[in-house]
Structures are given as structure tokens and as C-alpha cells.
Design a protein around this ligand. Structure first.
Ligand code: ADP
Length: 301
């Protein structure tokens, strides 16, 4: 079932067309990513979905609701992660949770939620004294407190160190496992590739492609490269006879083979048939960055 439908969304600020033409659908239960460089129109898009901004054109439906007309009903189904800086410095973790819970008729048990986001031992800590990662996790808990069916998480891991980022990714996966559909806004390719079931690539206010991460990479060729140093001389012909291989290049002793499909196992097998071992074997695959570059002519980051 489609839980979110966005058709030809358009949003203009006084001097800037932030969203020109954005369409996508989110299925219930998925982690849907909106990936694009800074300024692409991602936040404006999700603010229109959450009813925080009024679109100038197109239609948005969330569980059939119009975010602008049906704001009160929407609040019961959609949780938006607010930028954590919006909280007062002196508010304690438990107070923030208790306050937000009071906004909903049937809130989640905030003690349980506090444990789930790993803030159980920070219950009495003030917002000011939380680390960046702890603040992000608190903002996620606040987005979930109304038991939403959809949670929108915007640039969740920006500014976090690698460990805090990985912890946050795990939290996002747990939230999905609990049955919540997630819309994840990010400009961070690795995050989109790791977490999202499907994603829309957005550039300059338009969707350039929507697919699974692997599908997007495959759309632009899905080329792989395998580099190695053979244990004994190998003829190009041996490698070019492998159906997956398209090209063989050499640099000194190093051989680089490009191609697609199950390239690395196919090459390793062909070498083994000639009693050759590939030393220093490296496999390089195309990434979402490569896909974005191929689709827009620009680098994602
Ligand atoms: P993203 O989330 O992809 O970084 P945004 O949706 O925040 O992009 O912004 C898209 C464009 O709209 C940017 O060029 C930004 O400067 C502009 N913009 C965002 N918010 C406003 C606003 N309140 N008033 C005017 N321009 C804005």
C-alpha cells in the first residue's frame, strides 16, 4: 500500500523556485530516501509532505490525507524529526519526552522510548549537556512519541562522528522493524546506500531518478573493476575469454579488469584454471555518487 503520494510538487520562495517538479510514492513499511546535494529542495519537499509549508502546485497525500487541509489528522499519522536546536537548553531529557507526549491523545510510553533510543541513563540530563548524537536520538524519540505510521528524519547524522552515525543507522533500522515507515532525507551517499530500500535522487528541485540503490547504480552501467597482481604472467586473451570481462588494462605488474555481473568470481576462476593466484585483489564497484554524476553531470558531495 502507498502511504505517501507526491505528484508534481512545486514550491516557490519569493526569489527562488526550490521545488520545481517532484513526484514519488512511498510504500508502507519501507525506508524511502530523498538524496541530493545541499540546496536541491529536499527539506522543502518533506516540509510540504508534513504540512509545515503549503505547496504552490501539485498534490500530496499521506494515508490519503491532504497535509494542508487535514493538518490535525496528519499529526496523528506523521512524526517529523525537528531540528534538535529547537529545544530549550535547560530542559531535561525526561521533561522533553513528557511534554511532547502531552500533545497526543494516545502517546507511546516515553520511558520505553527513552530506553529504545539509548538515553535511559540520560533521563535527568539537560539538553545542553547532551552530545550531538544524544541530541539526535532525542529528536528521533520526539518524532516517534505520537506513535506515527510515518516518521520523517531530516539530515539525521550530519555532524555526527562515525560511531554515533553507525549507532543512529542501527536505530533507524530498529524503528522500521517496529513497523514505522521512514522517509530519510540525506545528502550522504553512504547513508542512503546502507539504509534505504528505495530512493529518489533530487537535483535542482527535480527528481532525476527513483529506484533501489542497486537499481540506480545498475541504471548507469553498474560497471565493476577488479585489480590484482597475478602470481604468474597471464595473457589478456585468457581474461577476455571470460564473458563478464569487457576490458583489460595493465600498469606494471598490476592488471585491471573492467566488466559487469559476477566479475570477481569469474576472473578468479579463470585465473585458477591456469594455476594463477590474484595477489592484492581489489574490487571496486560503482557507487550512488557515480550514478548521480552520470545522471546530472555533477558530483553529489
Ligand atoms: P535541501 O534540503 O536539499 O538542502 P532546501 O529545500 O533546504 O534544500 O532548499 C532549497 C532551496 O531553497 C535552496 O536554494 C535554499 O536556499 C532555498 N530556501 C530554503 N528555504 C528557504 C526560505 N525559507 N526562503 C527562501 N529560500 C529558501
Amino acid at each position: 500500500m502507498k502511504i505517501i503520494e507526491v505528484r508534481n510538487l512545486r514550491k516557490k520562495y519569493p526569489n527562488h523556485l526550490a521545488v520545481e517538479d517532484v513526484s514519488f510514492e512511498v510504500a508502507e513499511g519501507e525506508i524511502f530516501g530523498i538524496l541530493g546535494p545541499n540546496g536541491a529542495g529536499k527539506t522543502t519537499t518533506v516540509e510540504c509532505v508534513a504540512g509545515l509549508r503549503k505547496a504552490d502546485g501539485g498534490t500530496v497525500r499521506v494515508t490519503g490525507l491532504d497535509p494542508h487541509e487535514d493538518r490535525d489528522e496528519l499529526r496523528q499519522v506523521l512524526g517529523m524529526q525537528l531540528q534538535s536546536a529547537a529545544l530549550p537548553e535547560k530542559i531535561k531529557v525526561w521533561e522533553a519526552l513528557d511534554l511532547y507526549a502531552s500533545f497526543y491523545p494516545d502517546p507511546a510510553d516515553w520511558t520505553e522510548l527513552m530506553e529504545r533510543v539509548g538515553l535511559g541513563d540520560k533521563r535527568d540530563t539537560t539538553f545542553k549537556k547532551l552530545s550531538g548524537g544524544q541530541r539526535q536520538r532525542l529528536s528521533v524519540a520526539l518524532a516517534l512519541i505520537g506513535r506515527p505510521r510515518v516518521a520523517v528524519l531530516d539530515e539525521l547524522t550530519t555532524g555526527l562522528d562515525p560511531q554515533a552515525r553507525r549507532d543512529t543507522w542501527e536505530l533507524v533500522e530498529q524503528i522500521r522493524e517496529s513497523g514505522v515507515t521512514i522517509v530519510l532525507v540525506t545528502h550522504f551517499m553512504e547513508e542512503a546506500e546502507r539504509l534505504c530500500d528505495r530512493l529518489a535522487l533530487i537535483d535542482a528541485g527535480k527528481v532525476v531518478a527513483t529506484d533501489t540503490p542497486a537499481g540506480l547504480i545498475a541504471q548507469v552501467g553498474g560497471e565493476q573493476r577488479v585489480r590484482f597482481r597475478p602470481s604468474a604472467p597471464v595473457d589478456d586473451a585468457v581474461l577476455l575469454a571470460v564473458p563478464e570481462v569487457r576490458e583489460v588494462r595493465r600498469s606494471g605488474e598490476q592488471v585491471t579488469v573492467s566488466g559487469s555481473g559476477n566479475l570477481a568470481p569469474a576472473v578468479t576462476l579463470a585465473l585458477a584454471q591456469h594455476q594463477i593466484v590474484p595477489g592484492d585483489l581489489r574490487i571496486e564497484q560503482a557507487t550512488l555518487d557515480d550514478a548521480f554524476l552520470a545522471l546530472t553531470g555533477r558530483k553529489l558531495s
